[in-house]
Ligand binder design. Structure first.
Ligand code: ATP
Ligand code: HSE
Length: 314
């Protein structure tokens, strides 16, 4: 049956995310306290999207926008498209740096579409929302923490993407170092070999398992737990400044990794006060976001949290 749409605007706040976390290539991710905010409403006709902040003037302003594509895919599952859409994006997540900007747009679209339907889009539960978002993004390691918040372990089975969200230990103090230059995930993926030595795969399995323990229970083990042999050194040649900063931080005992596909760097413990990363890096001291993509209904400032749209588990 064709869905009934709400007349009020709806708003969603989506966190930046850092995927991989070292050894957890394509599976582990962390939600961070840096947010895009998007407001959407159903209108009688057309499709208008405005972007301020990151990506303004560069991103498409119609159906080709990633967020609109995600909304359309979700409305399709919910039974039909609204007559028209008006969307306003305030983007704060730097784009193409390894902080999950594309997942933020996709998850925002899925959550907005659910919340614009009068019944809260209950046919699309949190698990289905994750599957829709991961199918558009291509892998689940950014969309899972963006949707669910916290530290996520994502995997894919015959039904599609799945994930669990764990609450990280309170001592985790993420710092991200964001360079001016961009790097596309597609380019970074092309730098990876088709296969890796068995010893490296075994090393990564052990470190990724240790990382789940270190992040949630014993941050003292974060340094060994963030050692990676699957992707970072293959990509280093394409992002030498990133590789140098990760090496400098690790030489100082900081559990630092390439954030997502790079070129940003994530440190999971406080960098030394005297570290000078250089002028080209914007440094953000953040916290872990545990709420995920929170969608609300109603006008700004008068909205209440919509429990249907703020899924926590898949
Ligand atoms: N808010 C947004 N709205 C629409 N499209 C976006 C948005 N953010 C990113 N994109 C698109 O996604 C591209 C970046 O995606 P990409 O996967 O390469 O990097 P990322 O998501 O920032 O980092 P990573 O996936 O490594 O964490 C941008 O160049 C742009 O085309
Ligand atoms: N796991 C992905 C994250 C970026 O989307 C990669 O490193 O290519």
């Amino acid at each position: 049956m064709r869905p009934r749409f709400v007349a009020d605007p709806v708003r969603v706040r989506t966190p930046a995310t850092s995927a991989n976390l070292g050894p957890g290539f394509d599976s582990l991710g962390l939600a961070l306290s840096l947010y895009d905010e998007v407001t959407a409403r159903v209108v009688p006709s057309g499709c208008r999207i405005t972007v301020t902040g990151e990506g303004a003037g560069e991103l498409p302003e119609g159906e080709e926008h990633l967020l609109i594509r995600a909304m359309r895919a979700t409305f399709e599952v919910l039974g039909g498209q609204p007559p028209g859409l008006e969307v306003d994006c305030v983007n704060r997540i730097p784009q193409a740096r390894g902080l999950g900007s594309s997942s933020s747009a996709i998850v925002a679209g899925v959550q907005l579409a659910r919340t614009l339907v009068a019944n809260g889009g209950r046919e699309v539960d949190a698990g289905a929302a994750l599957r829709i978002a991961a199918a558009i993004e291509g892998h689940p390691d950014n969309v899972a923490p963006c949707l669910l918040g916290g530290f996520t372990i994502a995997w894919t089975d015959a039904s599609g993407a799945r994930a669990v969200s764990l609450r990280p230990a309170g001592e985790i103090e993420p710092t991200v170092f964001v360079p001016r230059e961009r790097g596309l995930t597609a380019t970074a993926r092309a730098a990876l070999p088709a296969s890796v030595p068995h010893a490296d795969a075994a090393h990564s399995a052990g470190r990724a398992a240790l990382l789940a323990h270190a992040l949630t229970r014993d941050p003292a083990l974060l340094f060994p737990a963030t050692e990676d042999r699957l992707h970072q050194h293959y990509r280093a040649v394409g992002m030498p400044a990133t590789a140098d900063l990760v090496s400098a931080l690790r030489a100082a005992g900081v559990a630092a990794v390439v954030s997502g596909a790079g070129p940003a760097v994530l440190a999971l413990s406080a960098p030394p006060a005297d570290l000078d990363p250089g002028m080209e890096w914007a440094v953000h001291r953040l916290s872990v976001d545990v709420a995920g993509a929170v969608a609300v209904r109603g006008r700004l400032g008068h909205a209440e949290r919509d429990p249907v749209a703020a899924g926590r588990k898949s």
